[in-house]
Write a new protein. Structure first.
Length: 193
């Protein structure tokens, strides 16, 4: 078998026919973005799709992993889905919101952008597990804002900026030449997008 045949067995683009797609990398900022997206999905009557983009370096180890044995990719994918399901449950999504979890193998920005083709909105946190803590916007968020085929909301964690709880205003980027409007990330239960 060649390398491509192994990759054919795992998801490479999430099937998101409509609704809100939120990228979740397991970081606290991503968890806050999930909470914001879930509240919006509930208010607007959208389905919620939560995607974790993964590779072997970022995925949790499958239960079959052992020193000297690398499990097949579909077992890594299942481990990603298991961990993501726990994070979605912890977010307290309203029971009326239809939630679908997706584990997508590949590089985060291109896979989120490809998965958002039919989404009504893509939501990402401003900072994930990247290495440059002083940046206000992470590289995945930046690429999504500039290249996504749908509007993008970036939820910025106040904790990242001030050490405090909650979220601060985010920016929604609309498709086209630099059209943006502000939304209040802290008001997930009230006003918003």
């Amino acid at each position: 078998m060649d390398d491509d045949s192994f990759l054919d067995r795992v998801c490479r683009v999430a099937d998101v026919p409509s609704g809100v797609l939120v990228g979740h990398d397991g970081s606290p900022c991503a968890q806050q973005a999930l909470g914001w997206a879930a509240a919006l999905a509930h208010r607007a009557g959208y389905d919620l799709h939560v995607a974790r983009i993964w590779d072997l370096a970022s995925a949790p180890r499958p239960s079959t992993w052992a020193p000297g044995y690398v499990p097949p990719l579909h077992e890594w994918e299942a481990a990603v889905l298991d961990e993501l399901s726990v994070q979605v449950a912890a977010a307290g999504v309203h029971p009326q919101v239809a939630v679908t979890c997706h584990a997508v193998h590949g590089a985060p920005a291109p896979r989120l952008i490809a998965s958002a083709v039919h989404a009504d909105l893509l939501v990402v946190g401003s900072r994930g597990h990247g290495g440059f803590a002083g940046l206000r916007l992470g590289s995945v968020s930046d690429q999504c804002v500039h290249h996504a085929p749908c509007p993008v909301t970036v939820v910025r964690s106040v904790r990242a900026a001030t050490g405090g709880p909650g979220t601060e205003p985010a920016t929604t980027a609309l498709p086209g030449p630099r059209r943006h409007h502000d939304v209040d990330g802290a008001a997930a239960g009230g006003r918003g997008a």
